[in-house]
Design a protein around this ligand. Structure first.
Ligand code: FAD
Length: 482
């Protein structure tokens, strides 16, 4: 009797059935063993706490769906390049399939896996993961990578063709006894040991079904006002799709396809709201473009002039920032939203990041590490790009000298002070006129609002004007060193 053709599906970061190339190829085998390998690679970018929370729940959702289709997800711990090969031997597999993860720190491990598999005559099939544009898809005419977003976007519109794969109707059965060695989800120890995630379930429903539903309802109800509302942090004006995209619960291609099927081809879109949304989806791609072509930027600035920027190491300032106790309500509201929900509005990400770097003089790397640990959508490409953009040292970055004023930013994007009042409830009785600068409020207003500065809410940790001047002086030093 001939052996059934068996393949291993290495599930990495694509927790969906729809538009999943490796899964579709896997259905061509007679037996398919889907495996998740929990491995702490020796890099500075192992998953942070909030990200692990999401991972736990997305694995759970994916397992349940596989089970409904008569399959299962095998959970193991170890080095993928060893564990997967052992499984291939144990189950006489002919191939290992996966979707690429686009994490430059995994390249070495994947290289070893392929080399060892080749020696065993085992086929390895790496497929397109959760990106629209792989590394070489968009390059400038001279073959070099883009550093300017607009040019990247223009070329994308010209070249890109949507080719979405439907979800497979059937999943091949598991090889016999395949689950004997599976760990339980709890044994992966992904959930926090302290009760920090208590509020997360109120804000997030994890998994592919929810991701698809969210896109559908956003296209129906939110997209036509996206550009007008996306900068207002007190409004749910954005799609909140970032963790779903990060974990591959939905492919960005499917998102674009859903937009296109309602509004027509991207190249001929006329509505600024819809164009802007597609452009934001493309910012994620641009971030990966930068990460893949300039992997050193996870640690070092793209603009090398900034390597010598005189950042300071003030732990008290850093703690005040991280805990949302800087005395600047827009910053504190953002940092508290992050801590409690694992997410922060994009406008406020820019303001809080700018405040850390420019007002407190602390390095973007330190801020990025905090976001990495606390964001459910922590993404090496987008986080690195977002921080370098704000610090003025990345591609197409905000110029360093454009320093966000934390008072006027609050007043402009949340004129009624609702965002501040929600996340800093101790300020909620203060009229909008003072809510973003409580230290300037008349004593009578503070008393009426029940605020005692320095007791119930902090005084500003730095003076905005002085901090701004100091930041600009530091920037002059960078410019002189050029
Ligand atoms: C300092 C800083 C750090 C950031 N860190 C991350 C991160 O770790 N992970 C992450 O996904 N995004 C990050 N961003 C980008 C952005 O803030 C989030 O993608 C966005 O707030 C997610 O909310 P949304 O899904 O509602 O976005 P929407 O406005 O609905 O946009 C749709 C999608 O487009 C993509 N997108 C939107 N804006 C950006 C952007 N500026 N850069 C890259 N992709 C974008 C996201 O995938 C997003 O889900 C960061 C931005 C800054 C300024």
């Amino acid at each position: 009797m001939t052996k059934p053709k068996t393949a291993i599906l290495w599930v990495r970061n694509d927790f969906r059935f729809d538009d999943n190339e490796a899964l579709c190829q896997g259905t061509e085998y007679e037996q398919l063993l889907p495996v998740y390998v929990a491995s702490e690679s020796q890099t500075p970018f192992n998953r942070g706490g909030a990200s692990k929370w999401w991972l736990h729940h997305t694995i759970d959702a994916y397992k349940k769906r596989l089970r409904k289709l008569g399959s299962e997800l095998l959970l193991v711990k170890g080095r993928p390049e060893e564990v997967l090969l052992q499984l291939a031997k144990d189950y006489n597999a002919e191939a290992i399939l996966w979707n690429r993860s686009y994490n430059p720190y995994d390249a070495d491990m994947v290289g070893k896996l392929i080399a060892k598999a080749n020696k065993m005559q085992l086929e390895t099939i790496g497929c397109k993961g959760s990106l629209l544009c792989e590394k070489e898809f968009l390059l400038k005419d001279d073959g070099t990578p883009y550093k300017v977003y607009t040019a990247f976007w223009r070329n994308f519109i010209k070249k890109y063709e949507l080719k979405v794969l439907d979800r497979p109707k059937k999943i091949p059965p598991l090889p016999p006894k395949a689950l004997e060695h599976s760990l339980s989800l709890e044994q992966l120890e992904l959930l926090p040991t302290i009760n920090w995630d208590a509020e997360f379930p109120e804000h997030w429903q994890v998994g592919e079904d929810r991701a698809q539903e969210k896109v559908r309802s956003f296209i129906e109800d939110g997209l036509s006002r996206y550009n007008d509302l996306r900068d207002q942090p007190n409004i749910d004006g954005t799609s909140k799709l970032s963790p779903h995209l990060h974990f591959g619960e939905i492919h960005p291609q499917r998102v674009l396809q859903m937009v296109v099927s309602k509004y027509g081809p991207i190249s001929s879109l006329g509505d600024k709201n819809i164009i802007q949304y597609c452009k934001e989806i493309l910012w994620r791609e641009f971030s990966y473009h930068l990460l893949l072509h300039f992997p050193h930027t996870t640690k070092k600035p793209l603009n090398a002039d900034f390597e010598k920027f005189p950042y300071q190491k003030d732990e008290d300032f850093f703690k005040a920032w991280a805990k949302g106790q800087t005395g600047y309500p827009i910053v504190d509201a953002g940092m508290r939203q992050l801590w409690r929900t694992g997410w922060m509005h994009n406008r406020v990400r820019m303001i809080t990041a700018s405040f850390l770097i420019k007002h407190l003089g602390i390095s973007w790397q330190k801020g990025a590490a905090w976001f990495w640990d606390t964001l459910v959508d922590a993404d090496l490409a987008s986080n690195t790009q977002g921080w370098q953009w704000t610090a003025g040292c990345g591609a197409d970055a905000a110029p360093f000298f454009r320093i966000f004023n934390p008072i006027t930013q609050g007043e402009k994007f949340d004129p009624k002070g609702l965002y501040a009042a929600h996340w800093c409830p101790e300020l909620s009785k203060l009229p909008p006129k003072w809510i973003y600068k409580p230290w300037e409020a008349p004593e009578s207003e503070l008393i009426k609002a029940g605020i005692e500065l320095g007791e119930t809410y902090p005084y500003p940790v730095v003076d905005h004007r002085e901090a701004r001047e100091k930041a600009l002086e530091n920037y002059e030093m960078v410019k002189k060193k050029r």
